[in-house]
Write a protein that binds this ligand. Sequence first.
Ligand SMILES: [Zn+2]
Length: 381
Amino acid sequence: MFARLIVALASAAAAVGLMVFAGQPAAAAEPVTIPAAPAYEAPVLYGSSLDSYRWEPSKKFTVWHDPWASTYRIALQLKSGTSWKTVGSKAPGKQGKTTLGYKMAKEGTVHMRIAATEGGRTLASSPAQKVTWKRDRSDIHHRYSNYTKPFAEAEGKVAAGDQARHGVYVWTGRSARIGALQMHKNGQWVTVQKLVWKKKSSGTPPLAIAKTPKTQSNVTRKYRIVVNASAYEKGWTSKTGTVRHENPRSYTGYRKLSYDYMKKYCPNQIITVKKGGSASTAHSGSLRIEMAPGYQGSQHKAIALHECAHIITFRLYGNGLEAMDSRLNKIFKSSNGVEMVADCMAYRMGADPKAAVNWYTQDCKGSRGTAAKNILAGKKP
Ligand SMILES: [Zn+2]
C-alpha cells in the first residue's frame, strides 16, 4: 500500500496526494473543507480539516481519503522535541472519511500532522500544522454597569446583620460557570459564598447575586468576586470593594440623635452626616440616609422621620421605583407623590406638623392617609 501513497504539500498546485488543512475556523464559521485534490493516479489521502475552534481544548480532525480498505491506519501525530508521536489512529473509514480527536492538556500551540502508519511505522505524513488552544475572555457584566466594584451600590456601608448585594451576569453559551464571593481575611482571600451561573444558550445571560455575610460588629472588610476558568474561557476577578459593616446602635453624637428619632421605624438604618447644607437625602439604591447637620429638636425629629419614611417606601417597592412613583403620584394627584407620602408617614410616626420644616404637604386626608398607613404596615397602596 505504501507505493500508492503520495504525499504533497498543501498547495493547490502540488495537491496530488495528502493535503492537510489545519487552520483554525473563524468564530461561528462552518468548518473549512478542502476540495479534493485533482485526480492523479490513485491518491490515497486527499486532505483534512481541523474542525475545532481556538477556544476548545478538544481538537477534531476530519481526513478524506480513498474509500477502499487498506492495511494502513490514519494517524494524528504530535511533535515532541524533534520526533513525532502518534496520539491517535484509526483504520480508514469505509466512506472515505476518518475523524480523529486530540485533547490538549494545556493552553498554547503545538505542532501536529496527519500520517499514514502501518505496524507502528510512519509511511507518509502531511506538513506540520500549528494547532492552538487559547481560552477566550469571560463575557461578564455587572448588574448595574455604573457600579463595577463589588457592593459599590451600598456606597461603602452596610448595616449590622444586613447584606449588601452585587449582581454579575456571566455569559454561559458554551458551558455553565462557577465562582465565588471572597473576603480578605488574615492576608488571604477566603470564599464566603459560592456562585453558580447555569448554562444558557440565548437571551440575557444568567445573573448571580453576591451578598455580604451578615456581620454584627463595626468592621471594614474587602471583598471581590471571582469566576473560575472553564475549559473554554479564562477566569475573571473583579475589582476589590471595601465595605464598612456598621451597627447603628453604636452611633454617637448627632448620628445617635438622628437614629434615636427614627429607630422605632428604621431600626437598622445607616446614617451619615453631610458636611453642610440644610437638605437631607434618602438614597434609594444604598438605602442610606444622609442628614444635613445642625437640626434642632422637633425639626430634627421631623426630618429624621421623613427620611426614614422614604427608606420604608424604597424597601417596600424594591426595584419597582417607577411603579412606586406613578402609583403615589396618582394617589396624591401630584408629581411629588413620593415626597408627600413621606410627610404623611412622618406625621403618623410622630413628627410635629408645626416643626420648622419645608413640608411638601399637610393634607393627609382620605386616600392620602390610607396610602401612608398602608406603607407603614408593609402594604403597597
Ligand atoms: Zn424627601
